[in-house]
Design a protein. Structure first.
Length: 368
């Protein structure tokens, strides 16, 4: 069988900005979801996953929507992608899909986007080679939003499809949605050359985008933009913020306005400076803003960030949607910082975190 891989991601900066038409700066991980695929011509989709042994799902292409609510949760992501291809009028007559995922689930590292993107690139190559990378991002997102029912923005799927090894992806979400030129830029991100390491600390406290907090933040951002009479919070400036009478909406908008500015500042430093340590303070400021103004952090995430900084990290922040999941820390001495965090988690009585290093890896591609 032919095989494809799509990676998970960590976002260097730009959290909860994507659905506000703003800016993000992710890297792809070397951990990904592998999708082996083979066409069939009997109208059947047959799906297996190495992580769900014995749980084979078989469904007729023309019954995908009708069967949706009876499908196991994990199967809705890949089958949502198949449904997008069918609805797009592509000549899919059936397919075998075998999945194998290495992105930790619930860690805020986009395991679900990696899953959708792996199936998307497989089906693109098999059935619809005319589909562009930009369209793949939209297909994978639609599968997750419409079929799996999880209201994500564009960050995760863009990272999984568009990232390049050794680079961070600067993405202007509004320009990308409008298909404008210059919406994406690959910015060299070579930490090793500067003697630096990017640590991921997976706190083990699962985050779940379908549990309501994420959708509530989206609604609050829309309400703030409406109250300011702006198309999206992307268009707000710090002068607009006092006009928001509701203090919750004002804090949510403050996060988005300041976070967009931080993404631009980090991108600028990476383009012009020789020392990536200079982005550290902006990463930490992002965490404080997510904690205090956007209120999506969690005690385990705050502890991991503060202990990383205590142990000498140049900057640290929670990544992804929040309420659990992982942090990143920019460090000189990975082992020392990791050990310190693990010890502090043990002393506080939290479950042991999983700490590992990451480097900017390639986006989705064919393996054989
Ligand atoms: C999740 C969503 C993304 C993005 C982040 C927060 O990962 O899937 O679209 O909104 O949260 O930055």
């Amino acid at each position: 069988m032919q095989k494809w891989i799509a990676p998970g991601r960590v976002n260097i900066i730009g959290e909860h900005t994507d659905y506000n038409d703003g800016f993000v700066l992710p890297i792809a991980l070397s951990l990904g979801v592998v999708c082996a695929a083979e066409p069939r011509d009997d109208g059947l989709v047959r799906l297996t996953s190495a992580q769900r042994p014995g749980d084979t799902v078989e469904v007729q292409l023309n019954a995908l929507v009708a069967q949706r609510n009876r499908l196991p949760g994990w199967a809705r992501y890949p089958l949502g992608v198949v449904d997008e291809f069918v609805r797009g009028g592509h000549r899919v007559r059936g397919v075998d899909l075998e999945l194998d995922g290495a992105v930790p689930i619930g860690a805020g590292l986009s395991s679900s986007a990696a899953l959708c993107c792996a199936v998307t690139i497989a089906l693109r190559d098999l059935f619809a080679p005319e589909i562009t990378d930009r369209q793949m991002v939209k297909v994978a997102r639609a599968a997750e939003n419409d079929f799996a029912g999880v209201p994500t923005g564009l960050l995760d799927q863009s990272a999984s499809i568009l990232c390049a090894a050794g680079h961070a992806l600067f993405l202007d979400v509004r320009a990308f949605t409008a298909a404008e030129l210059g919406a994406t830029e690959q910015i060299p991100f070579d930490l090793e050359a500067a003697g630096l390491t990017l640590l991921v600390v997976d706190t083990g406290q699962p985050h779940d985008l379908s549990d309501g907090g994420y959708a509530e933040r989206r609604a609050q951002c829309e309400a703030a933009a409406d109250a300011l009479n702006l198309p999206a919070l992307r268009d707000a400036t710090s002068e607009d913020l006092p006009r928001l009478g509701d203090s919750v909406l004002r804090r949510r908008a403050t996060h988005v306005v300041t976070e967009n500015a931080r993404v631009l500042a980090v991108a600028d430093k990476l383009r012009t400076s020789t020392d990536p340590r200079e982005i550290g303070e902006l990463l930490t400021a992002s965490h404080r803003s997510l904690r205090d103004d956007f209120e999506v952090s969690a005690p385990t995430l705050d502890l991991a960030v503060e202990e990383a900084l205590d142990a000498g990290a140049h900057g640290a922040r929670m990544v992804g949607g929040g309420f659990g999941g992982s942090i990143i820390a920019l460090v000189d001495h990975a082992d020392r910082v990791a050990e310190h965090i693990v010890n502090r988690f043990a002393a506080t009585g939290f479950a042991p975190p999983r700490v590992f290093t990451v480097e900017p890896a390639a986006g989705a591609h064919k393996l054989n």
